[in-house]
Design a protein around this ligand. Structure first.
Ligand SMILES: [Zn+2]
Length: 258
């Protein structure tokens, strides 16, 4: 493969670098046009509840019912039928199917809109709203119902042991070793609809650049991390993401490693 006139083939004897791997980081901005409140906007969910009461381990310990009510409302909204994957989710699913190299979506979103849009290689670094985890037996299960403090764990039977399988504030994101490995070997890193405020995701572009990846920001407006990216396009995700995917698929056949 050649890019910018430079050969990217690994020297003989070295492990072949997977030059074509594409890593896509997505955040709340990609789901907003599907009707989900973004967490950090002025009209976002955090304005309506005290986050320390509902999405921290301490808040859950203090008042699990209030935390359950908050997550139950989110889950019902997600499953209401009015929330559907949008053109940006669908474009990324198309990319996974048609891109000649490997693709991985790392999402900060807890919704399932990437999966409903057709994407399969998705890591939910902040967990999933449609999963629960038992604090007693550690089983993770799909979950689409309301959750109460009396709900028994279907696996071990313990009452009150279930919690949303979501990474709350103060907890360690999931899949960090898989994510770091992907950032080390990706050729293209694209960040879509993320504020650049939430660590560790805000550092991913820097890590990908250190590994030699081409870095792209697609967002409604320049994020706090905008200067770190080599390329960018700004506008609604449903416009800029399909356009970027279309263009990448037109040009990426050059990058096929035989
Ligand atoms: Zn259990």
């Amino acid at each position: 493969m050649e890019r910018n006139g430079q050969s990217l083939a690994a020297p003989p004897g070295m492990r072949q670098r997977q030059v074509d791997m594409l890593v896509i980081l997505t955040g709340a901005g990609i789901s907003k046009e599907s009707g989900l409140d973004t967490f950090r906007d002025a009209d976002g969910l955090w304005q309506k509840v005290r986050m320390e009461d509902v999405v921290t381990p301490e808040g859950f310990e203090r008042d699990p019912e209030q935390s359950h009510n908050f997550h139950n409302a989110l889950r019902r909204t997600l499953l209401s039928g009015s929330i559907q994957p949008n053109a940006a989710h669908l474009a990324l699913a198309r990319l996974e199917k048609e891109y000649p190299g490997e693709t991985l979506i790392i999402t900060q979103n807890i919704d399932d809109l990437h999966e409903r849009g057709g994407s399969r290689n998705v890591l939910h670094m902040h967990g999933e709203l449609l999963q629960v985890r038992c604090r007693k037996c550690a089983t993770v299960m799909p979950w689409s119902e309301d959750l109460f403090t009396s709900t028994p764990c279907p696996k071990c039977g313990a009452a009150g042991s279930l919690r949303p399988n979501i990474v709350w504030f103060g907890e360690v994101p999931f899949f960090m070793s898989e994510i770091e490995a992907a950032l080390r070997r990706c050729a293209i890193f694209v960040s879509i609809g993320t504020s650049g405020n939430v660590y560790p995701a805000a550092q991913f572009c820097v890590m990908a650049r250190h590994s030699g990846a081409r870095t792209v920001e697609l967002n409604l407006e320049p994020s706090n991390q905008a200067k770190v990216f080599q390329e960018s396009d700004y506008g609604p995700a449903t416009k800029v993401v399909p356009a970027w995917v279309e263009n990448l698929l037109k040009t990426s056949c050059i990058g096929v490693v035989n």
